[in-house]
Design a protein around this ligand. Structure first.
Ligand code: SF4
Ligand code: SF4
Length: 448
């Protein structure tokens, strides 16, 4: 079987998937959950419950705050204790609904059984509405509301649905475990997505380091007998799972600067999102939980946990034995694109996919030296950018040239930083420059 990859840049970090044998296990309920109103891209959701209200699992507690926004559902049954600001992972205050957990009573109409439902409803509009009502957002990192992505703007046409099962970031294994343990549901989710997009072909892309998942999903597709769904084995290359890189690898098409995947006929959804689509459409189950990899060489117990949304990180960590003495950094996500956790009392959100513990040795940065103009950062950049140049432009604060050199296209993959022999903090600097350019672009658009 031929193995595909994207056409420019990329690096080969060790995959360190030390939690790959850990089956997904449900985490016992924490005494309290905190549901953030800002757990998706777009406008924050608006609470529709009041302090003192009793809620059940799956009940709507907040409604979308705009067109690009999403419903939020209670992940537990209990009593609303407070609604107000609480610090997120980065330490920034976000409006949260605090719920004291009193049990695990689910809202009527949600099918919590393990029975696989393979018959797909015929009405695509009704399907998209179920996805919207289920609060489904992209769970591969972007948390873009899925129902919006499934409603392409007039004039654009989807030609292929791609299910992203690459999980190319080192250490992460929750998508891999989902493919192995919920492969049937993921394939039904994929069938739903291709039907909604007009019956187009669907590719489930999986990296070559997951042969068991490849074999299992091929087997499931055969057994379920769905037409138009294939598995494509991808080369191990970071960032294979980047949206634009995946489209390049699967369809040999390049998404232009500032353009959306649909501009080249692609709709990309992550494996966990395909599962969430299955749950919402076939079981009436909104997103109330997600799989979280907890890992790191220094962590006492590797795990993949099924965690109710809004569970405090400290509760998850204590359940697994507490923060190891030699851990100096906790990252939400993987080592390449994840974000440092500044507040362990923060609660999980729908998009929380991993907690990674690193030691002082693993996080130690070499002192930066002068650029030796080796060009390795440019060779590694999967977006075809010149990181050394962007770095220089950030230093002199040349916004105009930063935009002209497409700093706004940086996907913050960290390949440049990973490749730089001079240990220049390219990613931190370029991220800053990108933020300034995007701010300027938004300000210009607002004036029009
Ligand atoms: S972080 Fe940005 S500039 Fe650096 S390699 Fe990735 S896309 Fe290129
Ligand atoms: S990799 Fe580092 S040293 Fe080499 S050109 Fe890029 S910034 Fe300069």
């Amino acid at each position: 079987m031929s193995k595909r990859t994207f056409s420019i840049g990329g690096v080969h970090p060790h995959d360190n998937k030390i939690s790959r044998e850990c089956a997904i296990e449900p985490l016992p309920l924490s005494p309290t959950v905190y549901l953030s109103m800002s757990q998706h891209i777009g406008a924050p959701a608006k609470p529709v419950v009041a302090v003192g209200d009793k809620v059940k699992v799956g009940q709507v507690v907040a409604e979308p705050g705009g067109f690009v926004s999403a419903f939020i559902h209670s992940s537990v049954s209990g009593t609303v204790k407070s609604i107000g600001p609480r610090k997120d992972l980065a330490g920034n205050p976000q409006t949260c609904i605090e719920i004291a957990v009193e049990g695990d009573e689910w809202l009527e109409g949600i099918d919590t059984s393990d029975t696989l439902v393979t018959g797909i409803p015929a009405d695509n509009k009704a399907i998209i509405d179920k996805i919207r009502l289920g609060g489904v957002v992209g769970l591969g990192g972007a948390t873009f509301p899925t129902h919006v992505k499934l409603s392409p703007p007039p004039g654009s046409k989807c030609e292929r649905v791609i299910i992203n099962g690459c999980e190319c970031e080192p250490y992460l294994t929750s998508d891999y475990r989902t493919l192995l343990e919920k492969g049937e549901q993921v394939v039904v989710g994929a069938a739903i997505l291709r039907q909604v997009m007009g019956g187009v072909p669907c590719t489930i892309a999986i990296e070559e380091n997951k042969p068991e998942a490849v074999a299992h999903i091929q087997d499931v597709i055969r057994k379920l007998g769905y037409e138009g769904i294939e598995v494509m084995v991808m080369k191990m290359m970071y960032p294979q799972g980047g949206e634009k890189q995946l489209i390049d690898a699967v369809m040999h098409r390049q998404v232009g600067s500032g353009a959306l995947p649909i501009s080249v006929g692609a709709v990309v959804q992550n494996v966990a999102t395909a599962l969430a689509v299955y749950d919402a459409v076939q079981k009436n189950k909104p997103i109330v939980d997600n799989s979280v990899t907890v890992t790191g060489e220094c962590f006492p117990r590797q795990a993949n946990l099924l965690v109710r949304v809004g569970t405090p990180l400290s509760y998850i960590i204590d359940y697994l034995g507490g923060v190891p003495a030699d851990a100096v950094k906790v990252i939400s996500g993987g080592p390449m694109m994840g974000r440092a956790v500044a507040n362990l009392d923060a609660a999980t959100v729908k998009g929380t996919g991993a907690l990674l513990f690193l030691t002082e040795k693993q996080t130690r940065r070499q002192p930066a030296s002068a650029c030796i103009r080796c060009g390795k950062c440019a060779d590694a950049c999967p977006m075809g950018l010149e990181p050394f140049l962007l770095n220089r432009l950030v230093k002199v604060n040349d916004l105009e040239q930063l935009e002209a050199n497409a700093a706004q296209d940086c996907i913050e993959c960290g390949c440049c930083l990973y490749s730089c022999p001079a240990h220049i903090p390219l990613l931190d600097n370029i991220r800053m420059g990108k933020g300034a350019v995007l701010g300027a672009i938004r300000a210009r658009a607002a004036k029009k």
